[in-house]
Design a protein around this ligand. Structure first.
Ligand SMILES: NC(=O)c1ccc[n+]([C@@H]2O[C@H](COP(=O)([O-])OP(=O)(O)OC[C@H]3O[C@@H](n4cnc5c(N)ncnc54)[C@H](OP(=O)(O)O)[C@@H]3O)[C@@H](O)[C@H]2O)c1
Length: 408
């Protein structure tokens, strides 16, 4: 196709103004697949589909054999085209469309997370932004590079507390959209029958890997029951990732703080994550033991405590905007807890960090007169990238959604 259409593409490039490359000028877009990434050899354990990855025209996991492009080879071809056609003003990229709800994407056990609409819309957005520096790249439908040997976050099981709205729900949505979604996404929710759980319930009705777990993190018996339930679902296997996300804030100043508000916020934001860590430790240990290698990672076993920059004693972030004393104290204490957990759980192979999600457009983030700068999507995407890259040297750290270290 490239050879045959080269004269027409060249003509389009010549007729177009400017010397920079762009898809509006002349471009070849090869729809590839992350299955063709030699660096990550993505999803190998789930299905080998060697011919799809390499070269032969058969496709064993689908009912009818379909002629498919050799994806690793297609990536190489895209690279060759980009080098050869650059002088003619033609941009060339390989694009991974995501795991999409089409005949090719469907398997007996899983509904692909990305609709045709979302995938195509994403890809068109990517195409509209490409220029010279991206020619020869292997990108996905969200514009992320796929050529590097970047380690993917790859967990079989995750539990997110406070998963019915805000950042918690965002985590669930992003886990679903991963190229290889977890087999179990345990969504902790303190009132699964309530109005505020509706969006989560709608999502769970479409995705059988979401399991809603009734979970009130301020109640030790609810935590114990949740741990037992999660253990039952997991059969003999462990829990890779515990995200202590549930949290509350009370808009109080030093003058009007009360015993009730201090206790309530501390119980939810600090004692909750402590008890969660204790109750889920056996399952986290099991995940660590079942995972090869000795290096700590979030794909193996990890506790992520959703903290806040507001808990930084050194920085006293946005003090002028809100004193929120109980919230600040609870997060400073949560940071200390994260450090304690990291020291105690390291010998079990469990990584622990405190994470600041940024100032995010959620019910909690958006209560003041300013619109927070970050969307839930941006924040969660950033945090997942951080989680995919941290290892032993970061355990016990206090990081933000971009991976920057925050002063204690
Ligand atoms: N948004 C920001 O800008 C920002 C900044 C820094 C840190 N954070 C931290 O990020 C985390 C998530 O915040 P968010 O902005 O997503 O907040 P949000 O929109 O207010 O959502 C909070 C979630 O926590 C749940 N929750 C609260 N108390 C709970 C309890 N006792 N047991 C179980 N679930 C409980 C809520 O459930 P219900 O629906 O039942 O109330 C809800 O699902 C929090 O830890 C927060 O401190 C947020």
């Amino acid at each position: 196709m490239g050879q045959a259409f080269l004269p027409l593409l060249k003509k389009a490039a010549q007729e177009s103004l400017g010397s920079g490359l762009s898809c509006s000028k002349a471009a070849i877009v090869n729809i590839s697949s992350i299955g063709g990434s030699i660096a990550s050899i993505f999803g190998w354990e789930m299905m080998q589909i060697t011919s799809y990855r390499c070269s032969k025209p058969s496709f064993p996991f689908h009912h009818h054999p379909v002629p498919v492009s050799p994806q690793a080879a297609l990536n190489m071809l895209s690279k060759c085209q980009s080098l050869a056609y650059k002088e003619h003003g033609i941009l060339c990229v390989a694009l991974h469309p995501g795991w999409v709800q089409t005949d090719l994407g469907a398997t007996a056990r899983h509904t692909p997370p990305v609709t045709v609409d979302d995938s195509v819309q994403g890809m068109l957005k990517v195409l509209s932004s490409l220029s010279e520096k991206e020619t020869s790249a292997f990108l996905d439908w969200e514009g992320k590079r796929r050529t590097s040997s970047m380690t993917e976050l790859c967990v079989r099981s995750v539990l997110v507390t406070g998963a019915n709205r805000g950042l918690g729900l965002g985590f669930v949505q992003h886990f679903l959209r991963m190229p290889k979604p977890p087999q179990w996404i345990f969504a902790g929710c303190r009132d699964p029958t309530g109005q505020r759980a509706q969006e989560l319930k709608n999502l769970a009705s479409k995705h059988p890997n979401i399991i809603i777990i009734p979970l009130e993190v301020a109640d030790p018996s609810s935590i114990k029951a949740a741990a037992a339930k999660v253990g039952e679902h997991l059969g003999g296997s462990g829990l890779n990732l515990l995200i202590n996300n549930a949290g509350i804030a009370r808009p109080k100043s030093l003058d009007n703080e009360t015993l009730e508000s201090m206790s309530e916020v501390y119980t939810t934001n600090t004692i909750g994550p402590l008890l969660m860590g204790q109750a889920f430790l056996p399952l986290l240990k099991k995940a660590a033991q079942g995972s090869p290698g000795s290096e700590l990672s979030c794909s193996k076993a990890a506790v992520i405590n959703m903290s806040s920059y507001a808990g930084s004693i050194e920085d006293m972030y946005v003090w002028e905007f809100g004193q929120v004393v109980s919230y600040r104290c609870s997060k400073a204490a949560l940071n200390m807890l994260s450090k304690c957990q990291s020291l105690a759980y390291k010998e079990h192979g469990i990584l622990c960090v405190a994470l600041h999600p940024g100032w995010v457009q959620t019910d909690m983030g958006g209560t003041g007169s300013f619109k927070p700068p970050l969307t839930v999507d941006d924040s969660v995407q950033g945090m997942l990238k951080v989680l995919s890259s941290i290892s032993e040297k970061e355990t016990g750290a206090f990081l933000d959604w971009e991976g920057k270290v925050i002063p204690w």
